[in-house]
Ligand binder design. Sequence first.
Ligand SMILES: NC(=O)c1ccc[n+]([C@@H]2O[C@H](COP(=O)([O-])OP(=O)(O)OC[C@H]3O[C@@H](n4cnc5c(N)ncnc54)[C@H](OP(=O)(O)O)[C@@H]3O)[C@@H](O)[C@H]2O)c1
Length: 302
Amino acid sequence: MASPSKKQQQKQPICHPKIMVRWWSKDTVAIVTGANKGIGYALVKRLAELGLSVVLTARDESKGSKAVNSLKELGLERNVCFCQLDISDPVSVRSFVSWFKSRFDGFDILVNNAAVCYNTMGENSIDHAETVINTNYYGSKLFTEAMLPFFHCSASTSRILNISSRLGTLDKLKNAKMKALLGDKETLSEERIDMVVNLFLQDVKEGIWKMQGWPEIWTDYSVSKLALNAYSQVLACKYEGVVSVNCFCPGFTQTSMTDGKGNHSADDAAEMAATIALLPPKALTTGKFYAGSTSRGVFSKL
Ligand SMILES: NC(=O)c1ccc[n+]([C@@H]2O[C@H](COP(=O)([O-])OP(=O)(O)OC[C@H]3O[C@@H](n4cnc5c(N)ncnc54)[C@H](OP(=O)(O)O)[C@@H]3O)[C@@H](O)[C@H]2O)c1
């Protein structure tokens, strides 16, 4: 029988969440951003159910406390704790770091889940482009950089999972120059990603963004995820053998970001995200973009 092509191999499901190899313990610490609702909340719940210690973070103190209380009602109080964190606010990031240092000697898993999108389905406004870029790209970057020194730094267990989107994959970029700039893995750098993002914001300011070949659906959000994907590549390269860095797109999920529309629930998306976040040490990848779908499970696109 002929062996599957590279493309077929990439589309085969990674593994089923229910048959994960259990390599973690209650001393394995995971941090999830933007976890007061949606996929972030469901992921904290799933990781806590699986027996990890999870730090639930939320930018709004009262929403975060409420989320933790509802997990306590599910009997997960021993596995979950809360700290306020607005990833786009350097003061909040600094105070999270002090809080964290006073309670933990390190951590193993960072899930950059927090994000904003100001468009509803079928809409494409760029009125909040700066906030979207500052949160989804620069905010995730700011928090990652602040937390990198606190990884337990075990090549087989330390990992970052950036919750991204298929809307931000390179094929959505029609601008050949930008595509070449972001597509060349050998020369890709943080400076280059920031330059591309600045060019987008400049196009927005000048009112010419529609003509420049930027992604056509939820353009500002897509550019923010394009930048996050590229940043993940840079990090994966820089920390190869130290910390694994992958991206995961949960697919069209019923959360407030999609006005409750979607092909599956936040719990389904979290189950898939947990599979990737908890890849067994022997199967741990880096620099990959995983996508999830209810019908096909989790598969690698890159
Ligand atoms: N839903 C989908 O179909 C879909 C598809 C592809 C990718 N994704 C990605 O999946 C992730 C989760 O999205 P979701 O669908 O669960 O959306 P969601 O329900 O809107 O949740 C987003 C979370 O991010 C938080 N957040 C926003 N800005 C923040 C900041 N500056 N600091 C800290 N937290 C912040 C929100 O807090 P507040 O409650 O305070 O606003 C909320 O907890 C996002 O990265 C999103 O891009 C979602």
